[in-house]
Ligand binder design. Structure first.
Ligand code: G1P
Length: 291
């Protein structure tokens, strides 16, 4: 029986340069998709999967992320005195219980593997989740819950995967597939951002992972990989075959909020998934498309 997954690591130290000037002061993760900061979707998805403890791997100047998940006494008092119950609920729902999150500062941006390594002491020796908030998933069941359920079946490392166009393999960690039942793909190995002609498959990792803590033993070595960065993909690769590795084709649609077009697409998709907004938005979109 796999150990319960209680903790999630959220790497949020990036400078968000692709979204300048919006990200000059506001962290990229705090920019809203429809009506909620991107990072709040990640936290809600993890909480829906039973995760109770959150570790933000952050950077100087991004304190508003932690502030967003803390209580806000002045605002809450004011809303209470005005009987604004719905608004008060929105504020309270965005807060995590006291002690439920911690922040570690990644002083040097040395890559995703390094960001995860920064959370090592706070995670300890138990399986844990990693969520990259830039990848947003619209699904019936929380994508992280789907991963945790699969992890309970097969243990080891389980990551969310999807098929990508071959010309896009150089944007992702790609699986070298050993066997595949159409839902779970067992991997022999992984390659970070291979060129299309070198990619062992087109099955790509998206930003959701449930990891065995043995990955920290590899990350401890601080080995540089693609782009001269410490790659999580390489560390995971080096734990195989000692640790099983599966990719889960999750139910849902992933939106890549790391690009401007993906971000706009996510806004439209999440608004269309909102029953309050969709009926008003649909005719507007049709009108725009007709122009
Ligand atoms: C990271 C990982 C990559 C993964 C991707 C998913 O890359 O290194 O393996 O496929 O996230 O979004 P990044 O997008 O940070 O360059």
């Amino acid at each position: 029986m796999a150990q319960r997954v209680r903790k999630a690591v959220l790497p949020v130290a990036g400078l968000g340069t692709r979204f300048l000037p919006a990200t000059k002061i506001i962290p990229k993760e705090m920019i809203p998709v429809v009506d909620k900061p991107v990072v709040q979707y990640a936290i809600e998805e993890a909480r829906a999967a039973g995760i109770e403890e959150f570790i933000f791997v952050s950077a100087e100047g991004k304190e508003s992320i932690a502030a967003h998940f803390s209580g806000h006494a002045v605002l809450e008092k004011s809303l209470e005195s005005k009987n604004k119950a719905a608004e008060l609920k929105l504020v309270r729902d965005a807060s995590l219980p006291p002690g439920a999150f911690k922040v570690v500062i990644q002083h040097n941006p040395l890559g995703l593997g390094h960001a995860v390594w920064c959370a090592k002491e706070l995670v300890g020796r138990e399986p844990f989740a990693v969520i990259l908030p830039d990848d947003m998933v619209l699904s019936k069941t929380s994508c992280m819950k789907q991963l945790i359920d699969a992890h309970a079946e097969v243990g080891g490392h389980v990551v969310a995967v999807e098929n990508v166009a071959r010309e896009h393999t150089s944007r992702y960690g790609i699986l070298n597939v050993a066997s595949d039942d159409g839902r779970l793909a067992k991997a022999l190995g992984l390659v970070e951002k291979p060129q299309p002609d070198k990619a062992p498959s087109t099955l790509a990792i998206i930003g959701r992972y449930v990891l065995d803590p043995s990955v920290f033993d590899e990350l401890d070595k601080h080995t540089r990989g693609a782009g001269n960065e410490i790659q999580l993909t390489d560390a995971l690769n080096n734990t195989m075959p000692r640790v099983a590795f599966h990719g889960l084709r999750f139910e849902g649609i992933r939106y890549d909020c790391g690009t401007r077009v993906g971000f706009v697409e996510a806004n439209v998709a999440f608004a269309l998934a909102n029953p309050e907004l969709a009926p008003r938005l649909r005719p507007l979109l049709e009108r725009l498309m007709g122009r």
